[in-house]
Ligand binder design. Structure first.
Ligand code: NAP
Length: 251
């Protein structure tokens, strides 16, 4: 059985690790090529866009892909839309892995918004010290904001997209709650801006904000197209076992 895994997430790497040990499955992980030093992957990789849904459909057909697993980030919406369209065009079974969103608990001070522009707006006109944990392509609404930003992401963004007042921290999760709390205190942060990515690797900042009574501007997820979806890698493995048991037995 030949799988294509759309990756760039903890789940894709974890799935790759599980499948690397399974002799019945041949799988390739696809990366967009956004990060300068991607983490080593447990399976063969290919890198770069496919050229839209049509390009992905062509790839699925040419490489005789038996199933497509979209394990991209919950905010990688374009890729998921392309995966849905391409799977339909190539008649390839598709499963989307969507980790559960974070939910507020007692003590949280979340301001929930629907977009990055709304997050920038929610910070208001009075200068504040903001921890911004978003990607390079999310920065435009903050460029002219009056705030003092501490921006954390994997690679440094190009100078032209940076906010006016910014300190950049290059770091890749997972992040521990105690370290997050120390960062918030050291940098005298007043508010955090984050996407509702879900998962455990970056949730330490939420617990740290709760403990310190800080506000979190939470950008909620864009809608997902109607498609078969699971929340965990274990469920992907079960899907492969049940739905494709014949293929896995070599029938
Ligand atoms: P996106 O906006 O949904 O996708 C834009 C284009 O990038 C896609 O149309 C596709 O180009 C290409 N692409 C995206 N993911 C790809 C993959 N896994 N393999 C090959 N091409 C891919 O995606 P994004 O938000 O920029 O995310 C890019 C990558 O970073 C993904 O792997 C995602 O899992 C990871 N990531 C994203 C975030 C986030 O907040 N968005 C956070 C952590 C990790 P073509 O149309 O040419 O095929």
């Amino acid at each position: 059985m030949h799988l294509l895994i759309l990756g760039g997430t903890t789940e894709a790497t974890e799935l790759g690790r599980a499948l690397a040990a399974d002799a019945r499955v041949r799988a390739t992980i696809s990366l967009a090529g956004r990060t300068q030093r991607p983490l080593p992957q447990p399976l063969p990789t290919r890198t770069g866009g496919f050229g839209g849904a049509e390009g992905l459909a062509r790839y699925l057909t040419e490489h005789r892909i038996d199933a497509l697993i979209d394990a991209t980030h919950p905010f990688a919406t374009q890729m998921t839309h392309n995966a849905v369209a391409a799977a339909r065009m190539a008649s390839t079974p598709l499963l989307v892995v969507l980790r559960p969103a974070w939910q507020p608990v007692a003590g949280d001070r979340w301001h929930r918004v629907a977009s990055m522009a709304a997050a920038a707006e929610a910070l208001g006109p009075v200068p504040r010290r903001v921890l911004l944990t978003v990607g390079q392509k999310d920065l435009a609404p903050f460029t002219n904001a009056p705030h003092r930003f501490v921006l954390r992401s994997v690679d440094p963004p190009p100078p032209e997209v940076l906010p006016r007042s910014v300190e950049f921290i290059a770091a890749r999760g997972p992040f521990k709650e105690a370290d997050e709390r120390a960062l918030l205190i050291d940098q005298r942060i007043e508010v955090i801006v984050t996407k509702n990515s879900g998962g455990t690797a970056t949730e330490g900042k939420l617990a740290a904000a709760r403990a310190l009574g800080l506000q979190v501007v939470m950008v909620e997820r864009p809608p997902v197209p109607p498609v078969e979806t699971v929340g965990t890698v274990a469920e992907v493995l079960a899907w492969l076992d049940h739905r494709h048991a014949g293929a896995l037995r070599g029938e």
